[in-house]
Design a protein around this ligand. Structure first.
Ligand SMILES: Cc1cc2nc3c(=O)[nH]c(=O)nc-3n(C[C@H](O)[C@H](O)[C@H](O)COP(=O)(O)OP(=O)(O)OC[C@H]3O[C@@H](n4cnc5c(N)ncnc54)[C@H](O)[C@@H]3O)c2cc1C
Length: 425
């Protein structure tokens, strides 16, 4: 860490590139924006009593560029309801141009495009803009990069579109198919996503017969969660009217001639007649193909240090941070974890900026190990569990963790999407 201080004024702002504008990336951009404007980070109110989170700062000039392949915030955790309910689908995607806090932030701009490569030695990145955004391929330089590009997930776990109009056109036929299915809908996969898809579909469309098939003898079989949780989940699903078939591995689906129905065959010989099959299994892969290999583990996750900076073998590692689903860290991948890591990335980036500008030694926040914890939305009910604690479930848990919109407003508020940034510059 050199001894010459870096000039920082309106003509020489820190250029910060944030890759990914979902829970992790928005938390990083908004909180860094607040800190650079001289105030407390908007997330800090949720961390009362914790040391080392300043309420006031000397303003720092920064230009934060948030790049995302989508043209807006998509509420990923609402996907199970998005695919079952048109009005909710409309609500679950908010173009960045309509997010009040982005409109008001003087030091954040958004780019609709994809980051296709990053060179850490020269601190440059290539951005491929989408056609509506101009379609240009640009190489940009940065002082800091914060990577929150999450996981690639398949349809219909999440929609694949890049803009809101295309998204509504993409999910519309799916919603139509599952809401008019006289012979019922089969959801395949008894992990958290399949369970929520079956539950939300039954809630939104109570007259539709919903069947959930899972290949194993227990739901949630690939998560480090206790049997008690899996059993309670099964009980609530059945109470809500979802038929659950355990030890049913999908073998084949064929259209029944002259009808709009399908016959589904399982490897145990059981057959089922339905109108729609929703495969809620996705081999998620981290969206890190644009990053140098030395930053990644064998599965492609970023090997962050506990202070969220890149590993020390990467050139200029102290200019790059990452958070959210894309990093190698303990705990089940959750949006709360992503927002927390986004905030800490912002805090630590700002600490390093202060060190470079004023010579103040950086005081980094350090990530703690995260125990397995989960909250599952099951229509009007929900379950919540953290290892070592008690299993909680019921309507009050649904209210606390998801409210009546699968957590949309809760996340909106935690991220501070509607609040006004204070400015001292
Ligand atoms: C169906 C479903 C239900 C879920 N339910 C819950 C739940 O109930 N509770 C919970 O806590 N968690 C839930 N999760 C998990 C939660 O959604 C994730 O933990 C969370 O989305 C992680 O946020 P993130 O910001 O790290 O990444 P993501 O949300 O994956 O966002 C990554 C962003 O980066 C963008 N991007 C990717 N690559 C590039 C690139 N090269 N250039 C530009 N932009 C790029 C993407 O477009 C995306 O906007 C659920 C997940 C799914 C799929």
């Amino acid at each position: 860490m050199g001894s010459t201080l870096r000039a920082n004024d309106a003509s020489a702002p820190f250029k910060v590139l944030v890759v990914g504008g979902s829970y992790g990336g928005l938390a990083a951009a908004f909180n860094l924006s607040d800190l650079c404007l001289g105030g407390a980070a908007r997330a800090a109110a949720g961390y009362e009593g914790q040391d080392g989170l300043p309420k006031e700062n000397t303003p720092i000039h920064a230009e934060i560029t948030l790049v995302d392949e989508r043209d807006g915030f998509y509420h990923v955790i609402g996907s199970p309801l998005v695919f079952a309910d048109k009005p909710y689908a409309e609500k679950a995607w908010v173009p960045y141009s309509e997010v009040p806090a982005l409109k008001e932030s003087p030091n954040i701009k958004t780019v609709h495009g994809s980051v296709t490569s990053v060179d850490m030695a020269s601190k440059t990145a290539v951005i491929q803009e989408t056609a509506p955004a101009g379609g240009a391929t640009r190489t940009v330089s940065f002082d800091f990069i914060i990577v929150a590009a999450g996981l690639r997930r398949a349809f219909p776990v999440i929609p694949q579109s890049g803009d809101k109009a295309a998204y509504l056109a993409e999910v519309g036929p799916h919603i139509e198919a599952v809401t008019t299915a006289q012979d019922g809908v089969l959801v395949v996969g008894g992990g958290a996503v399949g369970i929520e898809m079956a539950a939300e579909l039954k809630l939104a469309q109570p007259n539709i017969k919903v069947t959930l098939a899972h290949s194993r003898s227990r739901l949630l079989s690939s998560e480090p969660l206790p049997d008690e949780l899996a059993e309670k989940t099964l009980e609530i699903l059945r109470e809500n009217g979802v038929e659950v078939l355990l030890e049913h591995r999908l073998q084949d689906t064929r259209d029944i001639e002259g009808t709009n129905a399908k016959e589904v065959t399982f490897t145990n010989g059981h057959t089922l007649r339905v109108n729609a099959v929703v495969v809620a299994i996705s081999n998620n892969t981290p969206s890190t193909s644009f990053l140098p290999a030395e930053a990644l583990n064998d599965e492609g996750y970023i090997k962050i240090q506990p202070n969220l900076f890149f590993p020390t073998n990467v050139p200029n590692y102290d200019s790059a941070l990452a958070g959210g689903d894309i990093v190698q860290w303990s705990g089940i991948k959750r949006c709360g974890r992503a927002m927390h890591q986004g905030y800490l990335s912002a805090h630590n980036c700002h600490q390093r900026m202060q060190e470079l500008t004023f010579g103040t030694p950086a005081k980094y926040q350090i990530l703690k190990e995260v125990i397995p914890m989960i909250a599952i939305a099951l229509g009007p009910n929900a379950l919540a569990f953290a290892t070592g604690g008690e299993l909680q479930y019921g309507k009050d848990i649904a209210e606390r963790f998801f409210n009546d919109d699968v957590g949309f407003n809760i996340c909106w508020k935690i991220l501070g999407m509607g609040s006004k940034a204070e400015t001292k510059i």
